[in-house]
Design a protein around this ligand. Structure first.
Ligand SMILES: [Zn+2]
Length: 819
């Protein structure tokens, strides 16, 4: 293994040259040595850099022998062969030479344009941002650029003097990240068509937001330029008119220093003079439109491993094997091994799966993982051995009876009855039903099936993935009154906008008042319900969640006027309440929004009524959807909601009133999230009757959040997530994956498996916590959530909500249950 510095020095001194595209290969001393031997046999070839140059050189040398020194060659050949054969050979050699020359010349030549190598202050000319030259981590030459991102300066960029990039296939650069964990930045490419000023349309550029994955240490970034589209996917990037390349770090409050080098545009195999130093363990991040691939330079067998890691690997493999045997033996003897099997699965992740991932395949991570796997397997095996020998004694029991398993298996989930806020099995035992969002069948020993629920997308009549094949799509293309009016914010999953994950990029943002929308929704439900019926483990059907809705169409305005008339009775009463001078209800227009919030100076009494109306009408709509589903399926528990909308500033534009949804729509309550239990406690408190609380997409953030949520009564959980592949569209979702994420250590995973098995084994005991009568009540004010100064409608939190959180947190120290 060459150290990076050595490689750099050698390359600059010209001691050897790279001979192929795969730079990792050229770092192998054997390859360099043999290349040197080969090259030294050819005169005038010390400048050879690539294979085609080599061929050119060979052919030139042969030509020189054949044509310039023909007399001498003839003499030699004549000595060796008869005259005729010599001539034939000469002709053959000449033809071969011509062929080789043609072959060589017809190969595409490399094209490189360096945008920033940072060898002198001049190189900083077209760059902007918190940058300075540095010698700390160059990937090419002696210098690189050091970028200090913080909350004031979060981006650096180049406006290239020559914006014609159309002749190049890819943009390349290198980043050194001194942090011990991966970072994810954003990259944006602006062209003359979309512009790069402050008013550029949000998707009329190439936006790789939170896609620029940087491992710890070196990452070599490649952005595929060919066929690159703007993020709306409505047109290609104008590669001949590039205006700006920007790299953006969302550092929050934490400053961040990174080192960048050797920004260049390349077409064809790159020449030695511009190529960066690369080592096999370095990470490669390739951006190809929306998709991101994160690999290593490799090949895998050239990635170095310290002696310590090698020996830990052997030890962990040995302990893993020994635990496997102990489990088999214990199974034969009838001991319960489910907890030991969980430890084995976690060890396998650390020993075999995670080292295949670029961000785990380094000495630091492997040392931690292998050490953990060895210790955990040893501990689990020793425990089993003590059970097998009787050193640890099992409780006394009637040995004429075979007892139930330690961890009760899950029953079939469909049609389970609910009692006191929990789904129960045939023994009326409350169930904690935890599954992982992912297709793994290997995990079903520990977790419930992910088929436990569906999101049926009944509210909008289609999902962002399927919408093109749904009746609503045709309706949207045919009838303009199906389009949302007067709202420029997030579409609330009804159904998709340009920001939506998955599916074709387009706006399908619908109005729910249109009779054409309603007809399409009915047709969709009729088409879909037979599929729901087939699933024997379907516990509940979410009509849709993470919803929000607001619309200003004529039908909405008319509904609003009717609602006002019912509420205020007369215009005089309304004028008194609002401080206005309307003479009829027909004059009233709903207060408009811009950039997702009411205009400055909006009449706040009027806004409050509009926000209340908007919540009432969306709740009514959800009840209508439920009534349609009930025509086809009279029993399946249903739910819908916004799930967190009540605890953010935007409640007034969300159309979500959880209290109405929980009591008028939900058969089970939907809550999404980990961390504080405030939100789920609020939702349980709003329910007039006990109902099971289900989390269809629990993003754990930290494993330690799971058990408190169960103790507070969250009993049906699907953990987000355990995908079969690392997510390729949003690399930050990799870190949410329990299997792939660097935030979850192996001991975290072990704790997770244990908590899930405990919640199955001790379900009665855990459920009992949530039935303790509450001694403290925190009152919530709906007015304080909706009646806000206009600017607060886009805030993450508000002064009122912050105080609500503080009171709730304080109440946790009272040693009494709070509702
Ligand atoms: Zn509408």
């Amino acid at each position: 293994m060459f150290h990076r510095r050595d490689a750099e020095t050698q390359r600059k001194s010209g001691g050897w040259r790279r001979t192929g595209r795969n730079a990792s290969q050229t770092k192998n001393p054997t390859t360099y040595a043999s290349a040197n031997v080969m090259l030294s046999t050819l005169h005038s070839c010390s400048h050879i850099q690539r294979l085609d140059s080599l061929l050119l050189c060979v052919s030139a040398s042969l030509r020189f022998i054949v044509f310039s020194s023909s007399r001498k060659v003839n003499l030699i050949l004549g000595w060796a062969l008869s005259g005729g054969s010599a001539l034939l050979l000469l002709a053959t050699v000449s033809l071969a030479v011509v062929f080789l020359t043609k072959l060589t010349l017809s190969q595409p030549s490399a094209r490189v344009q360096v945008l920033g190598d940072f060898e002198s202050e001049l190189d900083l000319n077209h760059w902007r941002g918190p940058i300075r030259l540095s010698t700390a981590h160059p990937s090419h030459g002696k210098n690189c650029v050091e970028v200090q991102f913080d909350s004031n300066s979060s981006s650096f960029s180049i406006s290239p003097p020559d914006g014609n990039w159309s002749r190049f296939e890819r943009l390349l650069f290198d980043v050194y990240n001194p942090e011990p964990v991966p970072l994810i930045l954003s990259l944006r490419l602006y062209d003359a068509v979309g512009g790069d000023g402050p008013n550029v349309a949000p998707h009329d550029l190439y936006r790789a937001d939170r896609k620029l994955f940087l491992g710890s240490g070196w990452t070599h970034v490649e952005v595929a330029l060919q066929n690159l589209e703007v993020s709306s996917e409505l047109r290609s990037i104008a590669l001949d008119q590039i205006r700006r390349l920007a790299i953006i770090a969302d550092t929050g409050t934490r400053p961040l220093t990174l080192f960048f080098d050797n920004f260049r545009l390349v077409s064809g195999p790159e020449r030695d003079s511009t190529v960066s130093s690369r080592a096999p363990q370095d990470i490669t991040t390739r951006l190809e439109g929306r998709w991101v691939s994160i690999l290593q330079v490799g090949p895998p067998d050239r990635i170095s491993e310290s002696v310590t890691v090698q020996s830990l690997r052997r030890e962990a493999q040995h302990e893993h094997q020994a635990l496997k045997v102990a489990i088999e033996t214990a199974e034969q003897m009838g001991l319960d091994t489910l907890y030991s099997q969980a430890e084995l699965v976690v060890a396998e992740l650390g020993l075999y799966f995670r080292p295949s991932l670029a961000w785990f395949n380094n000495d630091r991570e492997k040392e931690r993982m292998f050490r953990y796997a060895a210790e955990a397997c040893r501990r689990a095996r020793e425990h089993l051995e003590k059970l097998l020998t009787g050193e640890i004694r099992l409780p006394e029991r009637d040995d004429t009876q075979v007892g139930p398993p330690l961890v009760p298996p899950y029953p079939r989930l469909r049609n389970l009855p609910a009692k006191d806020g929990f789904f129960v099995d045939q023994d009326e035992r409350p169930l904690f039903i935890t599954s992982v969002h992912g297709p793994s069948r290997g995990l079903l020993r520990f977790f419930a099936t992910p088929m436990q629920h569906i999101e049926s997308y009944s509210v909008g009549g289609g999902s962002r993935w399927t919408v093109r094949a749904c009746p609503i799509y045709e309706a949207v293309k045919t009838f303009p009154d199906t389009h949302r009016v007067g709202w420029d914010g997030w579409c609330g999953h009804l159904i998709r906008d340009f920001n939506a994950t998955g599916g074709k990029k387009e706006n399908v943002v619908i109005c729910l008042e249109s009779p054409h929308t309603r007809e399409a929704v009915e047709r969709y439900i009729e088409r879909e319900f037979p599929k729901w019926r087939k699933n024997p483990d379907l516990l509940y059907n979410i009509m849709a969640y993470e919803l929000q809705y607001i619309c200003y169409c004529d039908r909405s305005q008319q509904l609003f006027r009717g609602w006002l008339e019912r509420k205020h009775g007369t215009v005089d009463h309304l004028n008194q309440a609002w401080g206005t001078r309307y003479s009829t209800f027909q004059e009233i227009v709903a207060p408009p929004t811009k950039q997702s919030r009411p205009l400055p100076g909006t009449n706040r009494a009027q806004w409050y009524d509009w926000a209340l109306f908007n919540q009432d009408r969306f709740s009514e709509y959800l009840m209508w959807v439920k009534s349609v589903i009930r025509r086809f399926d009279p029993v399946m528990p249903l739910a819908a909601g916004g799930s967190y909308s009540m605890l953010v500033g935007s409640n007034g534009t969300s159309g979500i009133d959880e209290e109405q949804i929980i009591n008028r729509v939900d058969d089970v309550i939907i809550h999404e999230g980990s961390g504080s239990t405030l939100g789920m406690d609020l939702q349980l408190a709003l329910s007039e009757k006990p109902k099971p609380l289900c989390d269809p997409e629990m993003n754990l953030d930290q494993v330690r959040y799971l058990l408190p949520h169960m103790l507070h009564g969250k009993s049906v959980i699907q953990l987000w997530h355990w995908p079969d592949q690392p997510p390729a569209e949003h690399p930050h979702h990799i870190d949410h994956s329990l299997a792939h994420g660097w935030r979850f250590s192996l001991s975290d995973l072990s704790a997770l498996f244990q908590a899930v098995l405990d919640s199955r084994r001790l379900s009665r005991e855990i459920a009992a916590f949530s039935s303790v009568p509450a001694q403290v009540a925190i009152l919530y004010s709906r007015t304080s959530m909706l009646q806000l100064p206009p600017e607060m409608l886009t805030w993450h939190t508000t002064p009122y909500l912050r105080e609500l959180e503080n009171s709730y947190e304080a109440s946790r120290f009272l040693d009494a249950r709070t509702t």
